[in-house]
Design a binder for this molecule. Structure first.
Ligand SMILES: Cc1cc2nc3c(=O)[nH]c(=O)nc-3n(C[C@H](O)[C@H](O)[C@H](O)COP(=O)(O)OP(=O)(O)OC[C@H]3O[C@@H](n4cnc5c(N)ncnc54)[C@H](O)[C@@H]3O)c2cc1C
Length: 399
């Protein structure tokens, strides 16, 4: 990818330039021809898409924004979102696997990792040799991340980690964990971040969750029992953990918004195709105004969600942290509710057959729901948006 791509300013709205269009066409082709065909079976079996993820690594999509010096594709946040949207159109599980790899793990390492750490870890991640996971949540610590109890205590040139983490996407398959644990017992918010290789003694994969949707992605516990991690694996400074986690989640919201838009677009495409073909009362159901309005509402919300997402991508690219916080939260909450709305409308358009597993509509509805929950629930996104407005109301629309 040439340097000009990262220099291109995307205006508010979303006219893609030539390079982003080429990228979109290429990942769309892969998503529709390679990812989509196995999606239904993986959903039914709860099967991780190993082959697809391997190919994504070989094509450079597992290290989209990693600089070329570390073997990455050196693309921008908009490119990353385009990839997640197109993958999620075909299979939302593949979309989130890619988003976790790039936004939740690689981004924080690029921002807070030392030059030596970047040299050690980024090439393996960018090539797809290493699959990443991000481990912040615990049984009693979800939205309130500062209440975590998993703890690391210093011991010579190592840290010793104890505790159990929950709901780790890619938890079973990942080679490395970006882990957040408390490092000071006295201060509930004082956490630190470590990169832990999965082969480290004392780290085991616990319970696998049986989920409503994104069943092709794995979600597991990670159990740490006297797990000794070299001090050289501390990312950023001791005590910076929650700040680093927020960096991941800040960019991750764009990834989940992109995932949600992919699901919503798939629902719109399915509903439109079906409405044009399905005949009742002697005409295509697309001729009934009741059906047309559903399609109009779906399309309008998707366009609005995508515009918000691209605004968030621009904020991330220009390192506008306040803009990323506000537009990241706005696009995440709006896109995720759009995904659930569109998947629900899609089933309504397909009616009986939409409720059955032989059509993708019911999977889209199951997959959509998680986008309202992870990487910050819709309630927490609204809190974030309101907080930025109350703190600095004059900046609405002009961040
Ligand atoms: C499939 C799946 C994959 C996941 N992947 C990961 C992962 O890879 N890594 C990781 O670390 N975590 C992951 N998570 C965890 C996820 O991020 C949390 O579930 C999420 O942050 C919400 O936390 P909680 O479930 O504990 O809900 P809680 O925080 O207990 O919230 C319960 C309800 O209360 C509301 N609420 C809480 N606090 C407030 C408040 N202050 N104001 C208003 N409402 C509030 C919430 O919005 C929600 O409706 C995953 C979860 C799932 C289900």
């Amino acid at each position: 990818m040439s340097d000009t791509m990262t220099d291109t300013v995307i205006p508010f709205g979303y006219e893609l330039d030539e390079e982003h269009l080429m990228l979109r066409d290429s990942i769309r082709d892969f998503a529709r021809n390679v990812v989509a065909p196995g999606a239904m079976e993986r959903d039914l079996k709860g099967e991780f898409p190993r082959d697809v993820v391997k190919q994504l690594g070989e094509m450079g999509y597992q290290g989209i924004c990693v600089p070329e010096e570390y073997g990455g594709a050196a693309m921008d946040p908009l490119a990353s979102s385009i990839v997640v949207e197109e993958l999620s159109w075909a299979d939302a599980s593949v979309g989130v696997i890619n988003s976790v790899q790039n936004s939740l793990v690689i981004d924080p390492i690029m921002k807070y990792g030392s030059p030596e750490q970047k040299q050690r870890w980024l090439p393996k991640m960018a090539s797809g040799e290493w699959l990443n996971c991000f481990s912040l949540s615990e049984a009693n610590s979800g939205s309130d991340a500062g209440s975590m109890t998993c703890v690391a205590r210093p011991d010579g040139d190592h840290w010793v980690i104890n505790g159990t983490k929950l709901w780790v996407t890619n938890g079973a398959e990942a080679n490395v964990v970006l882990l957040f644990v408390r490092t000071e017992n006295t201060d509930r918010r004082n956490a630190s971040c470590f990169l832990v290789e999965k082969t480290t003694p004392g780290l085991t994969v616990g319970k696998h969750e049986e989920k409503l949707g994104i069943r092709g992605s794995s979600t597991t516990e990670l159990v740490f029992e006297n797990c000794r991690v070299p001090a050289a694996n501390l990312v950023g400074e001791r005590g910076q953990g929650l700040k680093i986690a927020l960096t991941g989640i800040g960019g991750g919201r764009l990834g989940i918004a992109a995932q949600a838009i992919g699901i919503a677009q798939a629902a719109l495409d399915k509903a439109t195709d079906y409405a044009l073909q399905r005949r009742q009362f002697g005409k295509a159901i697309a001729e009934f105004q009741a059906i047309q309005w559903k399609i109009a509402d779906m399309a309008t919300r998707i366009e609005a969600a995508r515009a918000l997402l691209y605004r968030g991508c621009e904020a991330k690219k220009t390192k506008d942290e306040a803009g990323l916080m506000r537009y990241g939260a706005m696009c995440k909450v709006f896109a995720s509710e759009t995904a659930s709305f569109c998947a629900n409308q899609c089933i309504q358009v397909l009616a009986g057959i939409g409720y059955c597993k032989e059509e993708i509509a019911e999977r889209l509805l199951r997959d959509a729901k998680i986008t309202e929950i992870y990487e910050g629930t819709s309630e927490m996104q609204r809190l974030t948006i309101a907080e930025t407005l109350v703190k600095d109301p004059g900046r609405v629309g002009n961040v």
